[in-house]
Design a protein around this ligand. Sequence first.
Ligand SMILES: *Cc1c(COP(=O)(O)O)cnc(C)c1O
Length: 345
Amino acid sequence: MEINLISDTVTRPTQGMLDAMLSASVGDDVFKADPTVNALEEKVAKLFGMERALFFPSGTMANQAGIKAHTDPGDQLICDKYAHVYNYEGGGVAFNSGVTCKLVDGHRGMMTADQVQASINPPDFYHSPKSSLVCIENTTNKGGGACWDIEEIKRIRQVAKSHDLGYHLDGARLWNALVKKKETAKEYGAIFDTVSVCLSKGLGCPVGSVLVGSDALIESAFRVRKVFGGGMRQAGYLAAAGIYALDHHIDRLSEDHDKAQDIGATLRTLSFVKNVEPIETNIIIFNIQDDIDETQFLQTLESNGVHIIGMGQGKLRIVTHLDYSDEMHNKFLEILKSLPVKKAS
Ligand SMILES: *Cc1c(COP(=O)(O)O)cnc(C)c1O
């Protein structure tokens, strides 16, 4: 049995999802004539209580189009040093928008309103780049699936608005935060100017992300999506997977969270584990003892059919997901407890 825990993106569509995809009615979405894409966009816009939504092939493109819609070349955006938009989008902020990032030294990928306030360049001080956008991430990826306190998110909004800055949420895993914190998408729609959400992570779709916002911002992101080459034709087959996932795969995320807690509890009992970061959702980040060779450790797991990834600086990551069954879970916990871990010589 192969147990793949490298990310929640490794899932394959369920039979129910495949059935929904196969029976989708489709048209040419570049001409806005795909009824299923239109239905998905309306559904997500309504879920967030925002004016309009736009379907994208990836979370990266949804974030990048959002950033482009909010900024002009030479501007600066403010984000945490762990931010996906800064670390894992290939430098797209600079490449696509000509924007630099002011990095904030937050905690587990989350900054405070005071830190954001202190990062804004005075608008009349023309020597500095113009601050024009604040980006936050919920849950945080590099921060180990941590969830924000929504009150801090609202305080940052106050700061952003009082300085006329845009406010974008990278909500690739927002669904996990909503389930964990018992919050609603509408609460988030009321705070942010734009929100990106992934359908291809915890929700189990093969492809797809959505950007939501005001009519004006999404109209501008619509043009940007075309420029990025992200206009898709009969994309309704993919959008149908998204509609199915929104209806069937949100509530079950708590199962992924429970399994992550079990894994954390087991890891904490093992002598080769140095520490396990707090676990809030479906991501587990842990360190093994300094005298254990990381490459060898990962190979030992591989030889047992278990795949996880290293994140650098001795951090290892496990992500639970829809395709990680109860059977795999029990097997994985057994494997962990019986691992023959050798000290590096
Ligand atoms: C995965 C991820 C993205 C981008 O997703 P892709 O669909 O892989 O481009 C953006 N932000 C965060 C926080 C992510 O985890």
